[in-house]
Design a binder for this molecule. Sequence first.
Ligand SMILES: CC(C)(COP(=O)(O)OP(=O)(O)OC[C@H]1O[C@@H](n2cnc3c(N)ncnc32)[C@H](O)[C@@H]1OP(=O)(O)O)[C@@H](O)C(=O)NCCC(=O)NCCS
Length: 192
Amino acid sequence: MEKKPTAHVRPLTLADAGDVLAAFRSASDMSRQGDVTDEISAASYLAWACGKDSNTTSFAIEVDGRVAGCVGISVDAVNLVGWVWYWMHADYRSRGLTSRATTTVANWALTDGGLERLELGHRANNPASGRVALAAGFTWEGVERGKFLIDGERIDVRTYGRLKLDPPPTSETLDVETASWPSLIGQHREEP
Ligand SMILES: CC(C)(COP(=O)(O)OP(=O)(O)OC[C@H]1O[C@@H](n2cnc3c(N)ncnc32)[C@H](O)[C@@H]1OP(=O)(O)O)[C@@H](O)C(=O)NCCC(=O)NCCS
């Protein structure tokens, strides 16, 4: 009998460069997620994604020991707000993994993670991203008309938010060990 793949969420680390590079090479639409084309740029991306030189904390979506995807939160510690983003290696898409991982991370971020509002936006011509947002309990809040200029065309961005007080989604989650995850506010508080 074929073994079912196991997926879980854990913090992304600087050691994940090989898998991150493979994901960025897997599909042309990954180019808007960051400038990752080789091992050096993958290491720079991870320094940012892992909060070494940023206010961002990221989580790997690990499938059978490999980083297939990622959910990140860029934190505004003054307003207790997080900007959420995600991506998935092309080979692992349409399995519900990003939806389940984003639900898992958002549920944690609005409880033990210490945030009170999460927000995200996606290009209107990227409906799969909107499906992930809705699955993870976000509410559609509006449209930023003509926000991006891509290949000569102005593209709308659809924006979403989820508040701590919103009812949590009933969507499936992934396995996590959140007990060891430090609060997002503690990680990204700016010292006066
Ligand atoms: C957007 C992205 C993260 C989705 O990852 P994924 O692992 O395929 O997501 P899931 O499988 O959890 O869910 C995808 C949903 O989109 C739906 N979907 C996929 N392609 C679609 C399309 N062309 N039109 C409408 N819905 C679509 C799927 O049916 C699914 O919805 P459902 O569960 O309600 O049926 C992935 O396509 C990706 O990495 N894209 C490039 C990076 C990116 O755009 N990131 C988001 C930036 S805002």
